[in-house]
Design a protein around this ligand. Structure first.
Ligand code: GRG
Length: 289
């Protein structure tokens, strides 16, 4: 539903068209590969990344129009994002994504890895066809950044010595790189001045970091219905998310608890809840602090 307060209001109908286009663009010949590659598109997703591309197009083209090349960039951006989700679910052995079965659950890990590869290849194909070398370089760098972020997350699980700098770097690679790269690319396709293109990159980067922090908080506080996946899945895997980083800075016992104290030190959600409880902070106020 379109809300007057939604920042996506001006592109809400465009996003619907984009979702239909994405399914049509999958041209894998083998039916299993085609079904697997389309699977997450069928559940939609919030479409934040393509919405940003389309909004920047409207703000930077002379008549506020979305050109065919901006459309294609929005589709490429969502393909890259979806490919990374498909691979991420294999790494995390996740069952549910966007409220439906993950590709690895619907088929198996082999098909999911190949479907993610297919989507990355398809994104590269359409990217090359945009015929803009600077945009190709920008988004190729994004595709390199995604595993950079994932490996940083994987290798720091349950590590209470992770710093805020580590957290911000990981969040940039994993989440903000795609938002910054595609924001700048949208401006470049409109022919904006280099200085404006850099500001668009900064905008996407800051938005991406903020988005990751909110995503981390929701993993601790939301409900499974609103999240489209189980709550606490990041914490139960030992990811050092924003509320953990905050508690590590605020409460000295947090570090010790992660290392030793709890019966099951592998569940950071339990550790966090225990610390908030011992500090006398009711659940309703945990977010407000
Ligand atoms: C590039 C080969 C290659 C591998 C990718 C697995 C991996 C390496 C990267 C994972 C990157 C990842 C999954 C980051 C998570 C970012 C994030 C906050 C996702 C959730 O975004 P939403 O909430 O999702 O916008 P929807 O479903 O709404 O699109």
């Amino acid at each position: 539903m379109t809300s007057v307060l939604s920042p996506f209001g001006p592109v809400e109908a465009d996003l619907e068209r984009l979702r239909q286009n994405l399914t049509r663009l999958v041209s894998a010949k083998h039916p299993i590969l085609a079904t697997a590659a389309e699977h997450l598109f069928s559940a939609g997703g919030k479409g934040i990344r393509p919405a940003i591309v389309l909004l920047i197009a409207r703000a930077t083209t002379p008549d506020g129009e979305i050109t065919p090349r901006h459309w294609r960039l929005a589709e490429i951006t969502e393909m890259i994002h979806t490919a990374s989700l498909v691979h991420d679910d294999v790494i995390d052995t996740a069952d549910v994504r966007r409220g439906i079965d993950t590709v690895n659950t619907l088929f198996d890990n082999r098909v999911a890895v190949l479907a993610g590869d297919y989507l990355f290849g398809q994104a590269a194909w359409y990217l090359a066809n945009l015929d803009n070398l600077e945009v190709v370089k920008l988004l190729s760098k994004v595709i390199m950044d995604l595993p950079e972020g994932e490996v940083r997350q994987s290798l720091t699980r349950f590590d209470p010595d992770v710093s805020m700098e580590d957290y911000l770097a990981k969040s940039f690679y994993k989440t903000a790189s795609l938002m910054s790269g595609s924001s700048k690319a949208s401006g470049l396709l409109s022919g904006v001045e280099p200085e404006v293109a850099e500001r668009l990159f900064d905008f996407g980067r800051d938005l991406g970091i903020a988005f990751q922090i909110v995503d981390d908080l929701l993993d601790f506080t939301a409900s499974a219905e609103t999240l489209g996946k189980p709550v606490g899945s990041d914490l139960s895997q030992g990811n050092l998310t924003a509320p953990v980083l905050f508690a590590l800075q605020e409460f000295p016992q947090m570090r010790e608890l992660i290392l030793t104290e709890l019966e099951d030190p592998q569940d950071l959600k339990q550790v966090l809840e225990w610390v908030y409880q011992s500090e006398g902070i009711p659940r309703s106020r945990q977010l407000a602090r």
